[in-house]
Design a protein around this ligand. Sequence first.
Ligand code: ZN
Length: 697
Amino acid sequence: MTAQSARSSDNPLLRREGLPPFGDISPGHIVPAVEKTLADRERQLEELERSLVPTWEGLVEPLMLLGLGLEYGWRPVRHLLNVKNSDALREAHEAMLPKVVASDLRLQQSRPIYEGLVALKKGAEWDGLSEAQKRVVDLRIRDAEHAGVGLTGNAKERFIEIEKELSQLATTFQNHVLDSKKAYALVIADEADTEGWPQTLKAISAQSYNQTKSEGDPDATPESGPWRITLDFPSFYPFMQHSRNTGQRKKVYLAYITVASSGEWDNSDLIARILKLRKEKVALLGFETYADFSLDAKMAPSVAAVERMFDDLSTPSKPCAVGDFEELQALAKESGVDEPLKHWDLAFWAERLREKRFDYTDEQLRPYFPMPRVLDGLFALTTRLFGVTVEQSRDDVSVWHPDVRYFVVRDERGGQISSFYLDAYTRPAEKRGGAWMDDCLARRIVGGELRLPVVHVTCNGTPPVGDRPSLMSFGEVETLFHEFGHALQGMLTTVDYSDVAGTNGVEWDAIELASQFMENWCYHKPTLLGMTAHVDTGEPLPDDLFEKIRAARTFRAGSNMMRQLEFGITDMHLHHEFDPDGEETAFDVHRRVAEETSVLPPVDENRFLCAFNHIFAGPYAAGYYSYKWAEVLSADAFGAFEEAGLNDESAVHDLGRRFRDTVLAEGGGRHPMDVFRDFRGREPSTEALLRQNGLLD
Ligand code: ZN
């Protein structure tokens, strides 16, 4: 390395303008760049704490700019970790991660900044600030208060103690679930028991056997076994769907619903302790229940509003779930099974019914969905709805892999408003699975100039083979639409404050609105057929395949709805009415809810709560309802288009522009209930979701 290239200005992670030069970043740049970025930020923070004036210009503007360094110096590292992983990159990331976390915490916990924000809110300038500006201040204050910054003395000490214990309990809870799941397996040696299994189930269970067998034992093969069934979903679920051995299904089912509920990995006491500590913690912050605390940072206005949604959804869904069950029972009877169906029979008979009604495979659909055609369709829909155009950039943009493409989004007058990277294909060796949207650069004012937003859209689609393009499954198409919906909210924002621009600052029970809204278009026949062209013949998707896709969407919708409601209602009860010191246990609460929500009452052994990571070890505590809340919003937003007529060009044009100017443009800059009301003219209703799921007839 020459003296010249060692200069910090040559470190691509220390650039502070333009696009991050992804192609030039190497793991060796990370430690020096992040060290310097954090040191600079600490110095700027200290300076701000010393000299701040509690005004927008004297506090909030410099405060938001404190995020600029990491936006260029750290966010690209996090991105590359997900899409271009390597040992060296991981090592550098791990070395710096604790320092970044500590620095973020230091900033969030800054008492002078917090007091400055509170003073600003009480000051003369406040009334003159725009709604988005007020949101920036309010959200910063809220997050600081939720993190205990407003506490002093004993209360503060106790708060810190509780947080520490809760974080340990979450880790232990999760580990118990993992270890308990790992300890269970059902080894099947008799080939007769594998009758009807799909090839993939045979293959993964033979592989699982080989990974755990004693040394010297002969290898298993997919054809002749032995086969090892585990409680991991890709093993457990296909087994429940395809095993014809009722006794074995019962065994595996009972193991599944008793994970981490006895012996050394028993989570029962942890559940009680977690609920008790959460209640104590939020009492210190002035909230009566943990649910009140959770909803304080969400779109849903109150527990009562969430409970109303539960009722509105369950009333019409429950009879449908009963109907679903009766269908399965009838099918079983037709096939010679006379006994009443049990829990461990449901997945099996549901799969038989699905096969009978609308069997199709991904492989049948893929030839109709070449990616270039799908992208054209997606971009054409974007133009039709929102008036913006998307085109691949001809500029030489630095990327991390040759398959990555960079697109520019322009408004109706042709001016650039944003851009995005599309990293579409799977690369198992260096890229993590799944699909996601992420900010690259938020929209913000830097040095008096507007800097446009840039986002990442990352998928794991099937790569092209030879000169054949990527052929997408229907699921991959839906996922692309979903992530692009998030991306549109990131890109079409008109808010200039990075804290609340695009998807930033959007309450997370509202964050799936734009994404799921876009998914709905995959079930609109002209839109979907318009982006299909068989890779060999150019034929569009045949009608009968489209009808199967559409029917599959609402298959057993009542049962699926009731199952999600069982989880959501249980979660809300445990964090609201439930008294951790009372007579009733958390298990009693779950049983009471399950008796109301499921057609078959739960079996006595049911200890599902012991493995409910989402609410005991994840971020969904008093938030599981968010899944349904967001579905209600996106279905209702799409419902506006359905009511106006999806093929009525002028109505779609007007509604599309309104969606752009509200949900997509305002994003986190207004409370999501106000944003929704701006678009829909009223508060959300559950009707569209029920109708789209076929639950209203
Ligand atoms: Zn999403």
